[in-house]
Ligand binder design. Structure first.
Ligand SMILES: [Zn+2]
Length: 286
């Protein structure tokens, strides 16, 4: 699933292509948005907000999209034919470039001054220009999930607490800080929460500048931990029915996950299913 770093990179590229240029092509292939007349409107800017992309037009409207599990915006020269695929849900173009929104999880057209209806619930944005780690720690501590029994990994994944972190950067940040993903929130000090969020921000900032970010443990259960060489593991975190896979090292991060019996987990690369899609979730369930 694309996380904040991928969304930031996507929004930057769209901004480079569209900013200050009129749309010569605009097809929103999405329910009631079909037939929306946006040709001739000029793009003011394209900005990310957590995992959301906000494409603001001079008509006072915003095209809002969310990449969800496997969405993407791809850019091609304007003179290249747009492929006939059901998965393409939006086509936006300038005289030079065309952007294809594929497998988008959400697509909306809203008044720019009413964007908050779509993104107002989000917590502080890890990669936002107004990021303030002290504020984010307070928000995480007092957040919607802020009961004493909440576990840190689940709290990080809830976009109402902090926006932009998904399973990849939650796993990597907690491993880097040697914190067990199932530690109750009230067992963590503000210094520890600050260290986790600082780490997540640094890793994601770095990743946003490259198309192939460096990861140490994500998708690598069954492989040796880069630090202690004991096997990495995968387990589920988060509320029932919305559980997500988290990778971790029991040795470096203070023991097994609740419900993890410690049985050998084969390396994900040795299973038939790749870890990038549903395979990682299934791998965690055995
Ligand atoms: Zn380790």
């Amino acid at each position: 699933m694309p996380e904040g770093d991928v969304v930031l990179r996507t929004a930057r590229r769209l901004d480079q292509v569209f900013r200050d240029r009129p749309l010569v092509r605009a097809e929103l292939r999405w329910g009631t948005l079909i037939g929306s007349d946006l040709v001739g409107r000029t793009t003011i800017e394209v900005v990310p907000r957590g995992k959301h992309v906000l494409h603001r037009l001079d008509s006072g409207l915003t095209i809002h999209s969310h990449l969800k599990m496997e969405g993407s915006w791809r850019i091609q020269p304007a003179d290249r034919v747009v492929p006939e695929r059901d998965t393409i849900r939006a086509v936006l173009g300038t005289d030079r470039w065309t952007a294809l929104g594929s497998r988008l999880g959400m697509l909306d057209l809203v008044r720019t001054d009413e964007e908050s209806a779509l993104v107002g619930h989000l917590g502080p944005d890890v990669l936002g220009p107004d990021w303030d780690v002290a504020w984010a720690v307070r928000h995480l501590r007092d957040g919607h999930l802020g009961s004493a029994h909440d576990r840190i990994a689940a709290a990080l994944l809830d976009q109402r607490n902090v926006a932009g972190i998904g399973t990849l950067w939650a796993s990597e940040s907690l491993w880097a800080e040697r914190i067990n993903p199932w530690t109750p929130m009230d067992a963590l000090t503000d210094d520890q929460l600050t260290a986790i969020l600082d780490r997540a921000q640094r890793l994601m900032q770095h990743a946003s500048a490259t198309s192939r970010p460096t990861t140490h443990i994500h998708g690598r259960s069954g492989h040796p931990c880069p630090r202690c060489r004991r096997p990495l593991r995968v387990a589920l975190a988060g509320p029932a029915e919305r559980e997500r896979t988290i990778f971790y090292c029991p040795q470096c991060q203070g023991g097994l996950a609740p419900g993890d019996d410690g049985r050998t987990q084969p390396p994900l690369g040795h299973t038939r299913r790749p870890p990038a899609r549903g395979g990682e979730r299934r791998a965690g369930r055995r």
